[in-house]
Design a protein around this ligand. Sequence first.
Ligand SMILES: [Zn+2]
Length: 179
Amino acid sequence: MRDVVDLFALTVPDAGKGSGEKGIKDAELSGRHALAGFKRLVAGLPAQADTQVQWFLRGEGTVAGRRFINVQAQAQVTLECQRCLQPFVLPLQVDNRLEVVRRQSDLEGDDDEIERIVGSARFDVLDLIEDELILSLPSVPKHDVCPSVPGVSESSDEPEDEARRPSPFAALKRLKKDS
Ligand SMILES: [Zn+2]
């Protein structure tokens, strides 16, 4: 799966515009690709639904010679909840702005306000989209609220009866007695 572009052509400033104008030329790219094709993203994740990743890229070059890309991507990934161990679908949203530089050495600088990437005339867009999606994965995926697990809390045929439930304090007392 490859989608190679010239990142410098995408972010070239429009010199034809007058200095009084914005002096920025935008170039846009977008696409949809099967989630299954993003091998690095889905590696180690549970089985994925047959969904698509939608992405959008906009290049921007300023008259001052700086180059930027705005990256947006949307995906629905299936993750395993680390609390209840059930799979759940999490919508991933990427919306990032990166500065495109020429050389590896340009990555270092005192301006830490913005992430930088080394551009290329044969730049793999999908690789970047995949990196950004991986970065947006939660480190500990969890349901906001775990659904009640069948067999644990909803298996009881009898209606819940507060009065008949042993109080946790009573259980504690019993433990103390036994020890
Ligand atoms: Zn859960």
